[in-house]
Design a protein around this ligand. Structure first.
Ligand SMILES: [Zn+2]
Length: 89
């Protein structure tokens, strides 16, 4: 959808229900599509490099970084990498 073809434009609160439908489950069952190689797999099947401050989630097929989760003094930060699609099937 393009902004000029949207039926209405509202603030982000309008997406809350759809986002809850995606993230309201165990996220490891969500299927991610890699923007590097187009591989699709549940997040549980990715490769994760882990230490006390970060989890770097990599595509098992091409090793590109799909996303990174960081613990910072101000909270948790999710940095999207080459993750192109996250889908609840
Ligand atoms: Zn990949």
């Amino acid at each position: 959808m393009r902004a000029e073809t949207a039926r209405s434009t509202v603030d982000g609160n309008a997406a809350a229900g759809l986002l809850a439908d995606v993230f309201g489950v165990d996220v490891t069952v969500l299927v991610g599509v890699c923007g590097g190689c187009s591989a699709a797999a549940p997040l549980a099947e990715t490769t994760v490099e882990l230490d006390e401050t970060a989890a770097i989630v990599r595509c098992r097929s091409c090793t590109h970084t799909l996303l990174t989760v960081l613990r910072t003094p101000s909270g948790i930060r999710l940095v999207i990498g080459t993750l192109r699609v996250l889908e609840r099937r």
